[in-house]
Design a protein around this ligand. Structure first.
Ligand SMILES: Cc1cc2nc3c(=O)[nH]c(=O)nc-3n(C[C@H](O)[C@H](O)[C@H](O)COP(=O)(O)OP(=O)(O)OC[C@H]3O[C@@H](n4cnc5c(N)ncnc54)[C@H](O)[C@@H]3O)c2cc1C
Ligand code: SF4
Length: 533
């Protein structure tokens, strides 16, 4: 049953292009969609520009390939750097969405908080050669109330008195292995998936295909949780299929509006009192770089030279295992088990930072494309034949920010809007490699302890966690924005997505993106009230 309100049409407000009182937000995903709703709840009028289409939950189908085509950002991008991604995924460095709701439509739902020390990586880990580490300009204590509000709005299971989700078969295998290798900190909590009805959304019905869009709305997404709530205030206009091309500024160096292309290719400028960039960590810096002008020749907010730098994607890897009896890893919640025993900073392991193991129940199309091209021929076909006997997990840990990792603009190739195509530079730090090798070893041991006949290590695929290309910093020379995401250079320009991360931490970033958006809305609404931007 679709809960009332999930796909309901809301009478839309419209704002004039010349209305200078609105805040324009670019991107309607986890960051932008949440910020839009939170600003509207505080009486601010918002125009939300979103490059992708708006779907209803009834449009979702339980088919990985179809939903990938429907939801993903497939405009041209290039991969560069020293990792196998450059040859294996040369035009698909990232797995990001282009749709109202952004990647929060595709996401799996793991919702984890930073640990206190993870806001202070430079202090905790010390200087690491080749890494451009800084501490965050905010602390865990400051973030705590916003984490609690984000968890409540998202209905995170196992938190706030809500029960954990039930474990599926993939989790039972995972938990048996975890127990046998001596792990103690594992369960099915910290998921932004309703274990009980919450926030006007259903409880999870355990059908699976969570990463193809949740048909029941049990999984939090800005598409049906934040955006309709914002629209219901009469203060939010969502303009879908509208691609922001350039942020404009006035003679005082304040941003004044956004040039965008609508569905038919028509160009418009939406005037704005403030602009918030939430296009995810490739498109946000790309938009700032594409907004270069005579006043800002290196792009907006880029006096430090940090726009597009320090890109992070978390250390990741998959381990699959075949078992004598069927597992059917794709049934039930796709990724709902977690082992946290390795998530602490323990330099004795030979690397800085921590990592997590989570269950990952892929369907056959995704498994087949992730196994290729490393596996081929008889062994590859044999693995696919044993799909129903396979269990799967994903490892995710803190990766190091490096100046050379980031986004640059292609010197000659342009997209359909005439904008330079982005090149995503991905190089691996030795710390990331050491952590991944440790995670492969421990994950394989877990599956062997659970009775695996064979284990298969699969290297990283296009990044679904994209972070850090407009990072926040105490000193303006170290980053792009300050502790509330406000650009150091331009007081009415804000970074409102994962781009503002100063480090990647051991886990999945979206809870922190949402908590930061709630916090930013509070500060921005206050600045607007005081006329102080
Ligand atoms: C398959 C998958 C599984 C994931 N699982 C997890 C998980 O379990 N836990 C977790 O924490 N995270 C997970 N993530 C990551 C999570 O989805 C992202 O961290 C989060 O959605 C990022 O939020 P954002 O606001 O930065 O960007 P997004 O949610 O990606 O939103 C950005 C939006 O901006 C739009 N946009 C970009 N440029 C422009 C422009 N110029 N004009 C107009 N619109 C523009 C895009 O179309 C997009 O809709 C997963 C991601 C994927 C793809
Ligand atoms: S199993 Fe996944 S897709 Fe199905 S209701 Fe639960 S969260 Fe939604």
């Amino acid at each position: 049953m679709t809960p009332r309100g999930l796909d309901d049409e809301v009478a839309a407000v419209t704002f004039d292009h010349d209305d200078e009182s609105v805040v324009v937000i670019v991107g309607s995903g986890a960051g932008g969609g949440t910020l839009a709703n939170e600003l509207c709840q505080r009486g601010v009028n918002v125009v939300l520009l979103e490059a992708g289409r708006r779907f209803k939950t009834t449009d979702f189908v339980n088919d990985e390939a179809t939903m990938f085509e429907m939801l993903s950002w497939l405009d041209k991008r290039y991969t560069a750097g020293d990792t196998p991604l450059t040859t294996e995924w040369p035009t698909l460095p990232t797995w990001i969405c282009k749709t109202v709701g952004g990647s929060s439509v595709h996401w799996a739902g793991h919702a984890l908080r930073f640990r206190p020390h993870e806001f202070k990586p430079r202090t905790t880990y010390g200087a690491i050669a080749g890494a451009n580490l800084i501490d965050w300009p905010i602390s865990f204590e400051e973030m705590l109330p916003y984490y609690e509000r984000a968890e409540d709005k998202m209905g995170v299971s196992g938190r706030g008195g809500r029960p954990a989700l039930p474990g599926n078969n993939n989790y039972r295998v995972f938990a048996r292995g975890a127990e046998r290798v001596g792990y103690r900190d594992y369960d099915v909590s910290h998921m932004a998936i309703n274990s009980v009805p919450h926030g006007g959304r259903n409880a999870c019905d355990q059908i699976g295909f969570c990463m193809q869009g949740c048909k029941s709305g049990a999984k939090w997404s800005s598409l049906y949780a934040e955006i309709p709530a914002g629209e219901a205030t009469g203060r939010l206009e969502v303009r879908a299929e509208c691609m922001a091309l350039q942020i404009e500024h006035n003679a005082r160096g304040r941003v004044s509006g956004v040039l965008y292309a609508d569905k038919a290719g028509g160009h418009h400028v939406q005037k704005a009192r403030a602009v918030c960039v939430a296009g995810n960590s490739i498109e946000s810096p790309r938009l700032l770089l594409n907004s270069a002008s005579a006043t800002f020749p290196d792009g907006l907010a880029n006096s430090s030279g940090h726009v597009g730098k320090n890109y992070m994607r978390n250390m990741t890897g998959f381990v699959f295992a075949t078992f004598e009896r069927p597992v059917n890893m794709h049934r039930g919640v796709a990724a709902a088990g977690i082992v946290r025993d390795e998530s602490w900073h323990d330099p004795k392991r030979g690397f800085a930072g921590g990592w997590l193991m989570t269950t990952c129940g892929l369907g056959l199309p995704n498994l087949a494309s992730f196994l290729t091209p490393r596996a081929w021929g008889r062994s590859y076909a044999g693995l696919l034949e044993h799909f129903d006997h396979m269990a799967g997990l994903w490892t995710c840990g803190e990766d190091m920010p490096m100046t050379k990792n980031g986004i640059t603009l292609h010197s000659s190739e342009k997209d359909q809007h005439g904008l330079p195509v982005p090149i995503v530079h991905i190089n691996e730090h030795p710390n990331d490699r050491a952590m991944r090798n440790h995670s492969y070893r421990r994950a394989s041991e877990l599956y062997v302890a659970a009775g695996a006949r064979q284990t298969i290590e699969v290297p990283p695929v296009p990044g679904s966690h994209n972070l850090g290309t407009c990072r926040m910093s105490e000193k303006a020379s170290d980053g792009v924005c300050n502790r509330i995401g406000q650009a150091h250079d331009i007081p009415n320009l804000f970074i409102s997505d994962g781009s503002q991360f100063a480090s990647s931490f051991m886990g999945n970033p979206t809870l922190t993106i949402v908590a930061l958006a709630v916090r930013q809305a509070e500060h921005l609404a206050d600045l607007l009230r005081r006329n102080d931007t």
